[in-house]
Design a protein around this ligand. Sequence first.
Ligand code: TRP
Ligand code: MN
Length: 461
Amino acid sequence: MGQLRGGCETVAVTITWNPTTWRDRPAGQQPDWPDSGAVETTLKTIASYPPLVFAGEARDLLSELGRVARGEAFLLQAGDCAESFDAFNANSIRERLKVILQMAVVLTYSAGVPVVKVGRIAGQFAKPRSADTETVDGVTLPSFRGHIVNDIAFDPAARVPDPRRLEQAYHQSAATLNLVRAFTRGGFADLGRVHQWNQEFVAASPEGARYNALAGEIERAVRFMTACGLDTASVPSLHEVTVYTSHEALILAYEEALTRQDSLTGDHYDCSAHMLWIGERTRELDGAHVEFFRGIRNPVGCKIGPTATPDEVLALCESLNPDRIPGRLTLIVRMGKDRIAEGLPPLLEAVRDAGHPVVWSCDPMHGNTFTSASGRKTRHLEDIVAEIAGFFAAHHAAGTWPGGLHVELTSDDVTECMGGGSAVSDDDLPLRYETMCDPRLNGRQSLDLAFRVAELLQSSH
Ligand code: TRP
Ligand code: MN
């Protein structure tokens, strides 16, 4: 509904949605393209390309998330803070997928329900920034907004938004998704094989040793299935997985160019990924992002930070999911370990009492970022675990389902987050600090986290 003023009365009119109606709203975090003609030409080209995902797949994810909303499944959404145009190769895609699968096995076993796997992958290229410009030694340049917009090098030419990057993002997403599909169907995700990787982690690392008993239980469960004739290689459900794609739909012109009308239903889907989310900085109710999201039929997410009020969250629910479809809306809470105990319960109660069937997911990363003594942006694994524990506790008290986890990780042996069995310390941070944006858990810390969450889940059963 919009408001039209005529004479002295105010008349409410229904403004129909289409993929361009966001353009009439204030849109935060959009790049200042120097040549709008070149951008429009590129967008037309992208609009003529095939969709990256299909509406039917987005509907499958919607129904799986519907199960999460009902408390019958758990969501694991994980991947890079920002994907890079530079680290674009088969190894990097395979290794990122591998960590997600390893975490998923541990969580499936401990939660005792299916885990819906969604990557922050094949399109996670855009970053919101707190300032439009960055000043170093008296030189001011446009901020880095992710490889879909400009380059990270602090150099005037590199920081100019370049529309050719939109097209490169499309192609890189297509190639990444192609490999994800191939790996998840081709035996790479075989349950026995993924569990074997976890056994290696448990056997070879000091932090892993702690999880020997849990890994042993999973081992026996797999052997029991095999003994019963359910051989992982020959039973498709044990041999294959579905990994969906997702990213923050920040650059709305790009998302619009990939939005297609489904021929079966006539509904619009943003076919750049299966699931899209709105960031904490761009979730204004009357802003362009909420406007765009309200019309696409994909499952969508919205980040919820520590300042969100119950009224704001309810208004988001009404706007983004007026038909109350379970799984349509995932609220991704990122409050920080010190604020969740106080901040989350009023939101859980309000949404529960209003009868909105949302998926509650915990992003324990973004509210726990701090600058270390040596001046690096980092996060501590113990803080991350503490926020997740707070998330579970709040749900337990409200009688609601702690639906999932949203984490930033990489398989690489980076030293960006502190803590974990490998005990990355402040002194270690400079060793392999490679992120283009936020600090990510490395492969071992990610698995460590999955086992820690498994312990939390089991103690709450
Ligand atoms: N297909 C099932 C699932 O996706 C079981 C499974 C097979 C699995 N391989 C896996 C689960 C790898 C997690 C990770 O849940
Ligand atoms: Mn991030």
